[in-house]
Design a protein around this ligand. Structure first.
Ligand code: SF4
Length: 215
């Protein structure tokens, strides 16, 4: 698919999400939040679900956690405009409850299509919920900040920015992980070939993981 077609396909997909009624969450949302960022982003961030402010504005990570994410991105040398940011489910669960399994199942094809279209080199999971979507059962306190290669992508788990806001003791860990992420992105830019890619993977491939398995 050419670049223009990819951009248009992503725009159409985002529009499809905005009008989706596949699960009960459509009835209580103000706006669906498809995601935001360029169609060819090297890095995709995936959180859990939109919150209050995201639901109001139809944009991901615009509340306090979003402002902290912006700060972490700046510290890592990444610009928000160059990364794609989305969530596992695209509509806010009432009272910010966890998304239910059938809601995740209904919404999952949208995330799969976003990953396929954007084809990011690195997927950063924000928090335990997003981590478990791709690597079930992994402990966020054990694997945060350690890239894991799954198929052709690197998965880079970090704590959710909201965790850093609610529990300041996590902030130094978050900041250190984002510093490592910045180094990883820089190294990939300088050495985009697969051999360097392997060397950059500091975390051994192991365990069962879902998601992209193409080589
Ligand atoms: S959460 Fe996903 S599946 Fe459910 S209505 Fe929103 S966009 Fe559709």
């Amino acid at each position: 698919m050419c670049e223009v077609d990819k951009a248009e396909a992503l725009r159409r997909l985002e529009e499809e999400i905005r009008t989706c009624t596949r699960c009960r969450l459509h009835a209580t949302r103000t706006h669906a939040v498809p995601g935001e960022g360029p169609y060819n982003a090297m890095v995709m961030f995936i959180g859990e679900a939109p919150g209050y402010y995201e639901d109001k504005q139809g944009k991901p990570f615009v509340g306090a956690a979003g402002r902290y994410l912006n700060k972490l991105l700046a510290q890592s040398g990444l610009r928000r405009e160059e990364v794609y940011i989305t969530n596992i489910v695209k509509c806010r669960p009432p009272k910010n409850r966890d998304p239910l399994p059938d809601e995740i199942q209904a919404c999952e094809p949208f995330l799969d299509r976003q990953i396929e279209l954007i084809d990011p080199r690195i997927i950063v999971t924000l928090g335990r919920f997003a981590l478990h979507h791709f690597i079930p059962g992994a402990s966020i306190t054990r694997v945060h900040g350690q890239p894991r290669k799954i198929g052709k992508r690197l998965f880079f788990p970090v704590f959710h920015p909201a965790a850093g806001l609610y529990q300041p003791k996590w902030q130094p860990l978050l900041e250190e992980d984002f510093r490592k992420l910045g180094q990883l992105v820089q190294a990939l830019r300088e050495n985009p070939d697969s051999a360097s890619y392997e060397q950059l993977s500091l975390f051994p491939e192991n365990g069962e993981a879902r998601g992209d398995t193409t080589q």
